[in-house]
Design a binder for this molecule. Structure first.
Ligand SMILES: [Zn+2]
Ligand SMILES: [Zn+2]
Length: 480
């Protein structure tokens, strides 16, 4: 029998090179390929949902808005994302080449180190229990017959009966519970802490740099305004950035989080891919009830979409995982219900599409006749939308909206004066119409309650035919 109080020995180990996950493809290449695969595969899922209008009821914006409100073409978006991914790949490979070759064979030894720490920590059990007036040694002898493992724990980690044979010698061994706890710490607890820490680093890095990009006019106009050409974000626009910003915020942020958190290259594959999924999802343009990525944290497509609107651009800076920095530092959008603002943008974009379509039919630019031609599920009855016009929110939200619009004004590339002037003119026109028509004024009174707004949203969203179907029917009209 092993001597009482002797510690179990740590198992010997031999290191050998870690076999790549995919034979003949070194892990360092897989590490840089996976986030790109993650980006485009999830983006394509959302692109198909978007193009075939599979879930109109969950859209944050209508197809007309995608067409009319963005200040950049899809081709330019793809081009700049690819540029960013080339830079990201070069940086990723540079990091991988500077790292030692990944080895394996030490896991059992590392688990045993945790078991040993656990065993050593148990020596403080008697003195800790004594603080509560308990005599743990006597308790140990009381339970020895019925629960010897518990007795060993109470006695301060004394398990003299636990033995094993190593190299023909009888030596102490760890209790089963010690090994289970040690494995849980090594395989679950530590990786979870590393992921949590890496997420904190990325969120912190992105929040402060992103916020600086909005607070400093030069930074905004030179770099970040490019991302804000997308007033109606879509999935693969997530990494549509100025290349320097993409490098600084995304590539450097996640690369640093990986290194600081001490992840293994294998863990980094998960981390980089998860970060990519999250940022794509945050730009997907849909509030999906069944998308787990949108419910794990309060940062999701709906939250970030506010940041892409002209009135919310100076709010909701947090990206991509959590929103705690916005909440702690008071930069979260405080204007409450944004339905009215969204409805106005929908109506304005729909009118433009209708006018374009009517012009292509008649060769002129009529306004009212266009509405008669349309049977889109996204059409909003004017009498309803008039009452849903946004009114200036009080206090902080008013300041947030004003300072957001000021930012849009100052940036040519994200729309600048024309974009805002257009938007403001649309709003004013609606307000004037509202004031002139007593019937609409009563509609306004009714619309002040949330129920009709919900009705409006339902109506906007409930149509089964797609935008493409609608175009087809308009062409059909054209042919008659
Ligand atoms: Zn921004
Ligand atoms: Zn964005």
């Amino acid at each position: 029998m092993a001597a009482s109080g002797a510690l179990p020995p740590l198992p010997a180990y031999t290191l050998q090179p870690l076999e790549p996950l995919i034979p003949s493809l070194p892990d360092k290449y897989l590490t840089v390929i996976l986030p790109i695969l993650a980006y485009w595969s999830l983006s394509m899922v959302f692109h198909v949902i978007d193009v075939y209008d599979l879930f109109p009821q969950y859209r944050l914006h209508t197809p007309a808005e995608v067409l009319k409100r963005n200040h950049v073409t899809r081709w330019e978006v793809v081009r700049d994302v690819v540029i960013q991914q080339v830079i990201q790949t070069i940086v990723g490979l540079a990091i991988a080449w500077n790292e030692d070759e990944a080895m394996t064979g030490k896991d059992d030894h590392n688990v045993a180190i945790w078991a040993l720490r656990l065993r050593l920590a148990q020596q403080y059990v008697p003195s800790t229990l004594a603080l509560f007036g308990l005599d743990s040694i006597r308790l140990a002898s009381d339970v020895m017959d019925r629960a010897p493992v518990l007795a060993g724990l109470l006695a301060g980690g004394q398990y003299p009966w636990l033995a094993q044979v190593v190299n023909d010698n009888v030596v102490p061994r760890f209790a089963v519970w010690e090994m289970i706890v040690a494995k849980s710490i090594y395989w679950v607890g530590i990786p979870a802490l590393q992921f949590g820490f890496a997420i904190f680093i990325v969120d912190t890095w992105q929040y402060f740099l992103h916020r600086a990009m909005h607070m400093n006019k030069w930074l905004y106009t030179t770099f970040h305004s490019r991302h804000h050409r997308l007033y109606v974000p879509y999935a693969y626009g997530a990494l549509y950035n100025h290349p320097f910003e993409g490098f600084l915020l995304d590539t450097l942020g996640t690369g640093m989080a990986y290194m600081v958190s001490g992840m293994t290259p294998r863990q980094s594959m998960w981390f980089f891919s998860c970060s990519t999924f999250k940022t794509v999802d945050d730009h997907c343009g849909y509030a999906l009830p069944w998308d787990p990525l949108q419910h794990i944290t309060s940062n999701n497509a709906g939250y970030h979409d506010v940041h892409h609107q002209s009135w919310g651009i100076k709010t909701n800076f947090s990206q991509p995982f959590f929103t705690f920095w916005d909440r702690l530092l008071g930069t979260v959008w405080t204007g409450g219900d944004v339905s009215a603002r969204y409805e106005r943008a929908r109506l304005a974009a729909q009118k433009k599409v209708d006018n374009d379509a009517a012009a292509s039919i008649t060769g002129s630019m009529p306004s009212d006749s266009a509405n008669a031609l349309s049977n889109s599920p996204y059409d909003v009855p004017e009498v309803v939308i008039s009452g849903a016009m946004p009114t200036a929110p009080a206090g902080k939200a008013a300041r947030q909206a004003a300072s957001s619009r000021e930012q849009v004004l100052s940036s040519g590339s994200a729309g600048g004066i024309p974009a805002l002037a257009e938007e403001t003119a649309e709003e004013q026109a609606e307000r004037i119409r509202l004031r002139r028509s007593p019937r609409k004024a009563s509609a306004k009174t009714n619309e002040a309650s949330p129920a009709p707004l919900k009705g409006l949203r339902d109506r906007v969203n409930s149509g089964a035919s797609s935008f493409h179907g609608r175009t087809g029917s308009m062409l059909g009209y054209d042919g008659r």
